[in-house]
Design a protein around this ligand. Structure first.
Ligand SMILES: *Cc1c(COP(=O)(O)O)cnc(C)c1O
Length: 227
């Protein structure tokens, strides 16, 4: 693993190449730098090298970093959110990728309204159906969206998924494709207040395939920070 600077250069090149391969504009793809166990020095280096969005799995960890990193960056919550942490999550994050239950959606809505804000969220979809994964069954997403479309504290902006771990990269392609197709079907339904601007899919091992299949947010940790 090289320095954060070198790693970012490599990742950005690969993002561009993957986008060009399918005639997409690389500019439309947002890179979320997933910090997990990265040190604050590494995170600062990433920001110096142009990272605009920090991805956090845990609210508690984000709170610490949020106070240290005063630079203008966006904060995305990508990990599972417990209802008792929503209050802080709504304060800190610009986008929550991991809305996976009505109970959670209600709590986020309630807290956002208290803060007089509307928070952007993605719906996490368990596209592979693995029991160990969080996220909605794809068949149930539409009904869920109709249920929450009236919530004034929440703005649904798209879908997120985590592909199964696989040695063969090509095996994940159908999952990404299915998420894109689901988002297109939902968009065609024109559900009030529901937008499908974002498809958050692709991590260090599979982001190029995700981009080929339409991802416009990729979440990359190891590839940048080397943990
Ligand atoms: C850790 C994590 C990532 C980044 O994974 P890498 O393999 O380190 O790139 C992306 N999304 C979620 C939800 C994660 O937990």
């Amino acid at each position: 693993m090289g320095t954060v600077k070198d790693n970012l250069e490599t990742i950005n090149k690969k993002i561009k190449a993957a986008a060009w391969k399918v005639n997409r504009d690389p500019q439309e793809i947002k890179l979320v730098a997933v910090t997990k166990t990265a040190t604050s020095e590494q995170i600062k280096e990433a920001i110096n090298e142009g990272v605009k969005i920090i991805g956090e799995n845990k609210v508690q960890e984000a709170k610490g970093k949020y106070q240290v990193l005063t630079t203008e960056v966006k904060w995305h919550l990508i990990g599972h959110l417990q209802t008792n942490k929503v209050k802080y999550a709504v304060e800190i994050f610009d986008l929550i990728h991991s809305v996976d239950s009505i109970k959670l959606a209600k709590e986020i809505d309630k807290r956002s309204v208290q803060f007089k804000k509307t928070i952007d969220v993605l719906i996490e979809v368990n596209i592979s159906g693995e029991e160990t994964k969080y996220g909605y069954n794809p068949e149930k997403v539409e009904a869920f969206l109709k249920e929450i479309s009236e919530f004034s504290g929440i703005k649904v902006r798209g879908l997120m998924t985590i592909a199964p771990i696989s040695k063969n990269k090509e095996e994940v392609r159908p999952y990404f494709r299915r998420l894109r197709e689901l988002s297109e079907r939902i968009r065609d339904k024109n559900i009030k207040n529901i937008k499908m601007d974002y498809l958050s899919m692709g991590m260090t091992d599979d982001f190029e395939i995700a981009i080929e299949e339409g991802a416009n947010i990729v979440r990359i940790g190891r590839g940048i920070f080397g943990f």
